[in-house]
Design a protein around this ligand. Structure first.
Ligand code: DAH
Length: 344
């Protein structure tokens, strides 16, 4: 039995010497030192020996077990340290390396401006129109007729407006004013909304004109609304959007759906009013059209003009963005050149 134990010991010592990984060590532990290992299976036979032999052989077996355990532990520590060194070497991080550049998207400048204008009007008590009341594909009925355009108005010409082949009289809306009509048809006064959106016009594209652009329409209908209210709201908008130092003027104008009508100009930010190419040497740039809602439009929407009055306005988002950030070409907004877009 002692011989058997010696044999096991020698074979275990050899295995330990040969071991090169922590897994090898685990295998050795299992093979020799575990409950079902070789040492234990020998020890089980101790009961068949005489008392004297039991003591001597038992002590020998324990001694062997202790020695093996010690050298397994020693070898394990050695291997573990080596493996750790390799791992540390492999996973070394050079913290002096520059980081990886991750390109980040930006909000489009027209969206920035639109959001700013919306929040200004919200602070003045306007709410956003429901999108169902402001469709981009529209009938002539809502885009023109209900807004008091005469049947032979030049804006209705195919030269100016995009007609679709969906059906006769279906156009890409040329103005967000269609939202006024739908809003008044679907809601009783007081109505106080803004309607931002895209509009389309059959224009030759140049630095000042694109064949689609964006407008923000406003409408306020209630009892006792006056032109003074219109001026108050628009002046406050201009002060909040451009700052109080920007000089503006109201100018008499005409629109089929407002009476009286006005246009608002701001002093040209390129030349400061002296006259340049951008402002066609006038020193002024128009930013919006406005006026008191025409009696005919109220009647078309079944609102009693004896009881209610209202004002409306429509402004160009591209124009307002160009004037705020001194952008001199409208096409820059649509070319998607990131060198331009990331500046905002
Ligand atoms: N719809 C006009 C346009 O596109 C702008 C406009 C003028 C809107 C006067 C209005 C308004 O609501 O009252 O040129």
């Amino acid at each position: 039995m002692k011989k058997q134990l010696e044999k096991i010991f020698n074979s275990a010592v050899l295995d330990i010497e040969k071991a090169t990984s922590t897994e090898d060590i685990e295998d050795i532990k299992l093979k020799y030192l575990s409950r079902k290992g070789e040492l234990n299976s020998i020890k089980k036979n101790l009961k068949d020996l005489s008392e004297e032999d039991k003591r001597v052989v038992g002590a020998f077996a324990n001694d062997i077990a202790q020695k093996l355990e010690d050298s397994v532990k020693e070898k394990y520590n050695l291997i573990y340290r080596k493996e750790l060194d390799v791992k540390l070497q492999q996973e070394k991080i050079d913290i002096t390396l520059p980081g990886k550049f991750i390109p980040q998207g930006k909000v489009h400048p027209l969206t920035v401006t639109t959001n700013e204008i919306i929040s200004i009007f919200q602070s003045l008590g306007f709410s956003l129109v429901q999108s169902v009341n402001s469709p981009e594909v529209e009938t002539e009925h809502f885009n023109f007729d209900m807004l008091n355009f005469p049947p032979d108005h030049p804006a209705k010409d195919m030269q100016d407006t995009y007609y679709t082949n969906i059906a006769k009289n279906v156009v890409l809306r040329s103005q967000t004013s269609n939202a006024q009509v739908r809003e008044m048809e679907n809601n009783k006064p007081p109505v106080r909304v803004i309607a931002p959106g895209r509009v389309y016009r059959n224009e030759a594209v140049n630095s000042r004109k694109n064949n689609f652009f964006h407008q923000i329409e406003g409408l306020y209908v209630d009892k006792d609304i006056t032109f003074g209210d219109l001026k108050g709201v628009l002046n406050e908008f201009i002060r909040l959007y451009f700052g109080s130092s920007r000089v503006t003027r109201f100018r008499n104008s005409f629109f089929p759906f407002t009476e009286p009508s006005a246009e608002v100009d701001v002093q040209c930010i390129i030349c400061g009013g002296d006259g340049c190419r951008t402002c066609s040497n006038t020193g002024w740039l128009e930013i919006l059209g406005a006026g008191m809602v025409d009696v005919n439009v109220l009647k078309n929407c079944e609102i009693d003009p004896e009881v209610y009055t209202g004002f409306a306005f429509g402004m160009g988002v591209e124009r307002l963005t160009m004037l705020k950030y001194a952008v001199d070409d409208i096409r820059l907004f649509f070319n998607n050149d990131v060198r331009f877009l990331t500046q905002f």
